[in-house]
Design a protein around this ligand. Structure first.
Ligand code: SAH
Length: 490
């Protein structure tokens, strides 16, 4: 036997809640959002409920529960329907921690034919409150029939990541245009096709970008001319540093909706495995020396696929706007009238620092942090070395493996102490992560000794010493001899 799912209209309907603690507060929040007239019976209220009572959003009966409260005919001023009903309440929610009391209230409610829910006790309840994914006016309610509430909650979390924020406003728009859509597509199959195109199309896209007026205009246009071809677009998406868990929910969604994915070599297989199965994957890795031709090819591919009406994801390692040429690609798209959006990612500096146990700033050691790139002699020459050599600041150096010797030489020449700690993080946040720790005077030698390869990120500054004590991911830092006070941790 299974439960019968139903969505109840509780507007202005009286609901009795017994208990005034945090659990009651959670239930009451949902009830108020549904417009219910809530009465709480409890000797005392926790602060948010007390505030609601003070503003007359709920009615508080400061007493222990007694059946007389259930027998109220017109609770909170609701008109009696003639006196036939044994109780003025439509629902009762019991949120006390007193098992005997819970049983008594449940029995009293059942006798009066009032639906009752005893929080976390399916057997005493005549209705269950489902786990909800809320994209109002759309809602997904999940129940395990009381068998495994935790599983229902887990499923809810999964659905949360799959269901777009734009669904709510999209459903609201659809409600407003409903009559016109019906008139335009009287045939159900055609109407279905129309709705289906909405969910994946420009209207949803505009809603996601918080452009409701444009979305409404696009909706209007779609209602007028349903056969219009879908415009292709490009999402510039940050894939993070490697660990798929560091992908954002938006990035995941974009990967699930993409027709074509153009990705860098730096983007790992774990992330690519999360993409839509039938998306076309194109690797556009750049190998040193051929940068400009590779970039032209990327531009050409973006244009080709977007013009063919496809949803293109341009997937980049880390964040697309941090040493990622994301700006150039957007300029190109803009110049060619292709719509785009940007989904930020966790950049290597943040991820490597986190996964190496190195706080980039620290009240005792560093008040600022700089993201620097130093991949060739030219870029090294353009840096302001005096500023970079300042104490109590952290440098996060991208693409530095080849230039470590020059880096050391210039920093020392501009006054950075030879004993300044560094942590060199190779393949940060992945299973093969290694951290080499030492001091500035040993930097290139240690990197060579451990054969550090790209991708690696250098964190240089007082904070880097903390890698020895705060590391938590993978193997402990390798490298130079730890100071005496730190030896136990290495
Ligand atoms: N847009 C990227 C950076 C691209 S430049 C971002 O925001 O992270 C490429 C450089 O990033 C590499 O040479 C390396 O220095 C650094 N990098 C990227 N991923 C890395 C990782 N998993 N571990 C260490 N360094 C990484």
């Amino acid at each position: 036997m299974s439960l019968y799912p139903l969505f109840a209209d509780l507007r202005q309907r009286a609901v009795l809640v017994v208990g005034g603690g945090a659990v009651a507060a959670r239930k009451i929040d949902g009830l108020l959002r549904a417009g219910a007239a809530v009465t709480v019976v409890a000797p005392a209220l926790e602060p948010t409920l007390a505030a609601l009572a003070a503003h007359a959003r709920i009615r508080h009966v400061a007493a222990r529960y007694a059946d007389e409260w259930l027998d109220e005919v017109s609770p909170g001023g609701e008109k009696s329907n003639g006196g036939d009903e044994p109780s003025g309440y439509w629902l009762v929610i019991v949120a006390t921690s007193d098992g005997a009391l819970n049983r008594r209230i449940a029995a009293a409610a059942q006798r009066r034919r009032v639906f009752v829910n005893v929080v976390d006790d399916g057997t005493l309840s005549s209705f269950h409150v489902p786990a909800v994914v809320d994209r109002a006016p759309l809602q997904v309610a999940i129940s395990s029939g009381g068998a495994a509430p935790m599983l229902a909650r887990l499923l809810r979390e999964r659905l949360e990541t799959m269901l777009d924020d734009a669904l709510g406003p999209l459903a609201a728009l659809a409600a407003r245009f409903r009559a016109r859509i019906r008139a335009r597509h009287p045939e159900p199959a055609a109407r279905r096709r129309f709705y289906s195109s909405l969910f994946g199309g420009a209207v949803a896209d505009l809603l996601r970008k918080h452009q409701p007026a444009l979305a409404e205009a696009a909706f209007e246009a779609a209602v007028q001319a349903p056969a219009a071809p879908i415009a292709g677009s490009v999402a510039l998406v940050g894939a993070g540093p490697g660990d798929p868990g560091l992908l954002t929910l938006k990035a995941l969604r974009a990967l699930n909706e993409a027709d074509v994915i153009l990705h860098d070599r730096l983007v790992g297989p774990g992330v690519l495995a999360l993409a839509r199965r039938d998306a076309t994957m194109i690797e556009v890795g750049k190998t040193g020396g051929a940068h400009s031709t590779a970039q032209e090819r990327i531009h050409a591919l973006l244009l080709e696929h977007a013009r063919a009406g496809r949803r293109v994801v341009r997937l980049k390692g880390g964040d697309p706007f941090v040493f990622g040429r994301g700006g150039e690609e957007l300029e190109f798209l803009r110049a060619h009238g292709i719509g785009y959006e940007v989904v930020p990612g966790i950049t290597a500096a943040l991820a490597c620092a986190a996964y190496a146990g190195v706080p980039l700033t620290h009240r005792a050691h560093a008040q600022s942090v700089r993201f620097v790139t130093a991949h060739c002699r030219d870029s090294l020459d353009m840096l302001d070395w005096r500023a970079l050599a300042q104490e109590r600041q952290t440098l996060a150096v991208y693409m530095g493996v080849a230039g470590l010797e020059t880096l050391r030489e210039r920093l020392l020449a501009h006054g950075r102490a030879a004993a300044t700690p560094f942590a060199l993080v190779e393949n940060g946040s992945t299973e093969t992560q290694r951290v080499i720790a030492g001091t500035l005077n040993q930097l290139p030698e240690l990197a060579n000794a451990h054969r550090v390869r790209t991708p690696a990120l250098l964190i240089l500054g007082e904070v880097a010493a903390l890698a020895r004590t705060l590391h938590w991911y993978g193997t402990p830092p390798l490298g130079g001899a730890p100071g005496p006070s730190l030896r136990h941790a290495a």
